[in-house]
Write a protein that binds this ligand. Structure first.
Ligand SMILES: Cc1cc(-c2ccco2)c2oc(N)nc2c1
Length: 158
């Protein structure tokens, strides 16, 4: 049976740019991604999202200003893990993004998003996010460099 693990992923927007972080260590190392990580037992998903953002790039957001824009699931052929990733976005934040031991932040114009240095699924669902859609996506990986199958469904509300 699948073991479900809960993660957050936060994308900060500013005018026509999006903030990504280059992961310097750990899971997803050497890939650009949003900011996030595991949800601890003693916190809500929104609190976890705000905490990880602060830890990873020193930006402060109010949990209440985070808008849930997507629900992503990742499974891996032959593995029991299901990664349940709650994606949030906001343009309301305090501070300036700073590099940490974990992440090197950088603002990208939408047309410059570096998909060749991101998880393979990102090029499939970023268009939905950049167009302000709400969606569910499930991506079934074989290893970390091949997607065996996936589905993406637009949602009217989260
Ligand atoms: C397999 C996988 C995992 C994650 C992830 C881990 C923690 C938060 O997200 C991804 O994030 C993106 N963009 N693609 C991803 C694929």
């Amino acid at each position: 049976m699948l073991v479900k693990k809960l993660f957050t992923l936060v994308f900060i927007r500013k005018e026509d740019q999006i903030l990504l972080g280059f992961k310097k260590r750990g899971f997803g190392m050497n890939k650009w991604n949003g900011f996030g990580g595991k949800v601890e037992p003693n916190e809500t998903i929104l609190e976890a999202a705000a905490r990880e953002l602060k830890e990873e790039c020193c930006l402060t957001v109010k949990p209440g200003d985070l808008k849930n824009i997507a629900h992503l699931e990742f499974t891996f052929e032959g593995e029991p893990t299901l990664m349940d990733v709650r994606v949030f976005s906001t343009s309301i934040f305090e501070g300036t993004p700073k590099e940490t031991e974990e992440m090197r932040p950088k603002w990208f114009r939408h047309e410059d998003v570096p998909f060749e240095d991101m998880w393979l699924d990102d090029k499939l669902w970023f268009p939905y996010m950049l167009q302000g859609k709400k969606f569910f996506g499930h991506f079934h990986y074989e290893g970390f460099d091949k997607i065996l199958n996936y589905k993406i469904e637009e949602l009217d509300s989260m």
